[in-house]
Design a protein around this ligand. Structure first.
Ligand code: PLP
Ligand code: COI
Length: 344
């Protein structure tokens, strides 16, 4: 397979149109068959449900080239079921989970020339999404929806790749509308844009959001869950029903326990515990595992520097990273059902 002539090692996390995208429409109570298209534009009514009441949700997953040249993706069934949860919460019709996986396969296969080569440091990001497309003026759900998937080759989410980042404790709550923090909905993310832009303007890479009710517990960042390593080698990750149930985090819990033999604690994590952890990382499809070197709390002036420092990923974070990416790229045997082969 002839790959596109792209400088794979130097792409960032941005949108690059590829040859094909997938599109399916819901009308008169049912989904059409869905098809690939070369048209990268969307044309909708000025009064479309998505434009008025933000009725939209999305997913994110990746395709990889393995060492032996296959194209695979990682646990797409979990993205299909999480998107179904997002749709139900937003009163949108569910795109059938089996069809979701088939559509991912179709669009990745059609864009195989854009799947970055093994070892290039880049991957193919896959973005399924859905929105209410017909006119809606009273506050109610749309009747018609479009489901689409585009793909785009991406490099590291944070500039500097695996270099530890500095984050701050956000003074603005992410303002996830109550009870919707655990779905991937456009409005949740729009409500975090102010805090993200402000963090960047102040020189931080990301925000740590605390639980808005007590501001004592660690939630997540704008686009990733937290993982922590204790000084005695335990894997700790926040449990909260107002954060996104990260597929990477759920996978890392298995990697930590089953592959690395670490005790795993999925529980409430208090901000006051941060100073006692040895390592900290952000995990997600886009973030993979991005190490955090420092957390600053501008409200109190407190700075927490993890012992793993600002130069390199901590040693246990590195083991988790190598094992997870080894599984994703076919170098380490995966648990049953984690890898979906798209092109042999
Ligand atoms: N939390 C938020 C807010 C996210 O946007 C993401 C990315 O999808 C994650 C966590 C990580 O989830 P996943 O590992 O499923 O990509
Ligand atoms: C993902 O990791 O798939 C996300 O949606 C996070 C976003 C910051 C790109």
């Amino acid at each position: 397979m002839e790959k596109k002539n792209i400088d794979w090692g130097n792409i960032g996390f941005s949108y690059m149109p590829t040859d094909y995208r997938y599109v399916a429409n819901f009308k008169d109570g049912k989904w059409d068959d869905g098809e690939l298209t070369t048209d990268s534009t969307v044309r909708i009514s000025e009064c479309a449900g998505v434009l008025q009441y933000a009725q939209t949700c999305f997913e994110g997953l990746k395709a990889y080239t393995t060492k032996d040249g296959k194209i695979v993706c990682f646990r797409p069934d979990l993205n299909a079921s999480r998107m179904a949860d997002s749709c139900r919460r937003l009163v949108m019709p569910v795109f059938p989970e089996e069809k979701f996986i088939e559509a991912v396969e179709k669009v990745v296969e059609a864009n195989a020339a854009y799947v970055p080569p093994f070892g290039s440091g880049a991957t193919l990001y896959i973005r399924p999404y859905m929105y209410g497309s017909n006119p809606v003026i009273g506050v109610k759900p749309a009747d018609e929806y479009e489901f689409r998937i585009f793909v785009t080759p991406v490099g590291p989410y944070f500039k500097g790749g695996a270099k530890p980042i500095t984050i701050r404790v956000s003074d603005v709550d992410r303002a996830a509308p109550h009870g919707t923090g655990n779905i991937k909905a456009g409005l949740n993310y729009a409500m975090s844009l102010y805090a993200i832009t402000d963090a960047h303007a102040q020189g931080y890479d990301e925000n740590m959001y605390l639980d808005p009710r007590t501001r004592t517990k660690v939630e997540e960042t704008g686009g990733a869950n937290f993982i922590f390593i204790t000084k005695d080698g335990k894997f700790v990750t926040p449990k909260s029903d107002s954060i996104l149930p990260s597929i990477t985090r759920r996978s890392l819990m298995v990697v930590a326990e089953k592959y690395l033999g670490m005790p795993v604690e999925h529980r409430e994590v208090y901000y006051d515990e941060l100073k006692d952890f040895a390592e900290c990382g952000l995990c997600g499809t886009a973030a993979v595992i991005s190490p955090v070197g420092k957390v600053v709390n501008p409200a109190t002036g407190e700075e927490i520097c993890f012992p793993s420092g600002m130069d390199d990923m901590g040693p246990i974070t590195k083991k988790l990273y190598d094992t997870l990416t080894g599984i994703q790229m076919g170098e380490i045997e995966a648990p049953e059902g984690w890898i979906k082969v798209i092109v042999e």
